[in-house]
Design a protein around this ligand. Structure first.
Ligand code: TRP
Ligand code: SF4
Length: 400
């Protein structure tokens, strides 16, 4: 019914690291060739936890967008925008808040989890409780049916699906819908009306999808039906009424396997990252000072790659020949650790070179980034306005 559309958002955390690149951004770059994609900076989401210190958010947003562009996200293929610049998200959030049961929000797993994790911060706020609803608005306003997210975000997409269903059920029906639908059935003529009723029962009682298709075929044969009646008969068939919001599906982004400098997963909170555009000197220094297998105290002590974080980076960056060289050389003390680290350093620098180059263009002329975002916001708003027209109409707020 709607074009397949991908939507994803990222909180502005400032400069992104290689874990983001290997986990999320490479995935976005693939998707942008396959689908119309919308990628946005979730700056309001940052405020749900960072409301006491909002000053850095704008800069963090810009740095993050430059990293997207540096990675190869292409503004000619994907629409890039900033959430707070598309105020329609807030309107949908507000309208949906009217019909969102509190208990649904309270039982979203991240609600309690994050409160416990960020125990030093007062997260007993209205905005924080409503965070999954804001995310739902982000998704539903674009009628996105493909949402790439990490595993931790799946409950939020499920929540969004339930909410869309509730919304459609509640507002997707005009007053007197059932009566009008039954009137429309009569207009089909007795034979087709009987067929339609049979199919309707078959679907509603047995969930038989085939029956829906057959009933639709019957409706297609009827020429004198008005658009409104046709819509009613489709809605009546499935028992939903009109579909105003689209239930999204998710695309699971595999958890990043990118190891950090200490062998744990690369993450800002572990302080073990290499940023996407980190300077060559700094990359070299960081890798050179990585811990290795503690058994290799002296150059002549043999080691075991399985006990060494550098080996994990070889698994990301090195070909079979190089990996063989490491295994051999490490176990026989044939190579030293500095030697072993060099191919990793080289590979990271090679990976970063095009990113640094692409980013430089935007660093030299920040108005380019501003323009990309301004264009993206305009495009996003067009979609968003369209949805909001339907939503307002469904909720009786048209005023024309
Ligand atoms: N909540 C997501 C996160 O913290 C970011 C996000 C906000 C998002 N709105 C979204 C992701 C809509 C996908 C779709 O990672
Ligand atoms: Fe690690 Fe390489 Fe040193 Fe072995 S030789 S301990 S794999 S850095």
């Amino acid at each position: 019914m709607y074009a397949e559309r991908v939507l994803s958002g990222m909180r502005p955390t400032g400069s992104l690291h290689l874990g983001h690149y290997h986990g999320v951004l490479k995935n976005w770059i693939e998707l942008q060739h396959e689908y119309p994609c919308l990628f946005f900076v979730a700056d309001w989401h940052a405020l749900t936890t960072q409301y006491d210190n909002p000053q850095g958010i704008e800069k963090a947003s810009m740095d993050m967008v430059i990293d997207w562009l540096a990675a190869g996200v292409d503004p000619n293929q994907a629409t890039l925008f900033v959430q707070s610049r598309v105020p329609e998200h807030a309107e949908l959030h507000l309208l949906m808040s009217m019909m969102t049961p509190l208990s649904w929000l309270e039982r979203v797993p991240t609600y309690k989890d994050q409160q416990e994790k960020l125990a030093g911060k007062d997260l007993t706020t209205y905005g924080f409780l409503g965070y999954p609803l804001l995310m739902s608005a982000d998704i539903l306003i674009y009628r996105a049916d493909k949402v790439p997210v990490g595993e931790d975000q799946i409950p939020h997409v499920e929540f969004t699906r339930e909410l869309a269903r509730r919304f459609n059920h509640m507002y997707g029906r005009e007053p007197g819908f059932e009566d009008k639908a039954r009137e429309a059935v009569k207009k089909l003529g007795s034979k087709k009306a009987r067929l339609y009723e049979e199919m309707r029962v078959r679907f509603q009682q047995n969930g038989d999808r085939e029956a829906i298709e057959q009933a639709k075929a019957v409706l297609d044969e009827v020429q004198h039906l008005s658009m409104a009646d046709r819509e009613r008969l489709f809605g009546y068939l499935e028992g939903t009424g009109k579909m105003i919001l689209v239930e999204p599906g998710y695309l699971l982004t595999e958890a990043s396997k990118m190891p950090g400098l200490d062998g744990q997963k690369m993450s800002k909170s572990y302080n073990n990252t290499i940023t996407m555009r980190e300077s060559e000197e700094s990359v070299t220094k960081k890798v050179r000072s990585m811990p290795t297998d503690p058994a290799r105290v002296r150059r002549t002590d043999p080691g075991e790659p399985a006990k060494c974080p550098v080996w994990q980076l070889h698994q990301v960056y090195s070909n079979d020949g190089c990996k063989e060289w490491v295994q051999q050389g490490c176990r026989t003390a044939g190579i030293g650790c500095i030697e072993c680290k060099q191919p990793v350093i080289d590979a990271i620098l090679r990976e970063q070179a095009p990113m640094r180059e692409r980013a430089q263009v935007y660093l030299d002329d920040p108005t380019l980034v501003k323009n990309i975002i301004a264009d993206g916001c305009e495009k996003a708003r067009e979609y968003a306005r369209e949805t909001m027209r339907d939503v307002r109409e469904a909720m009786g707020l048209e005023y024309h």
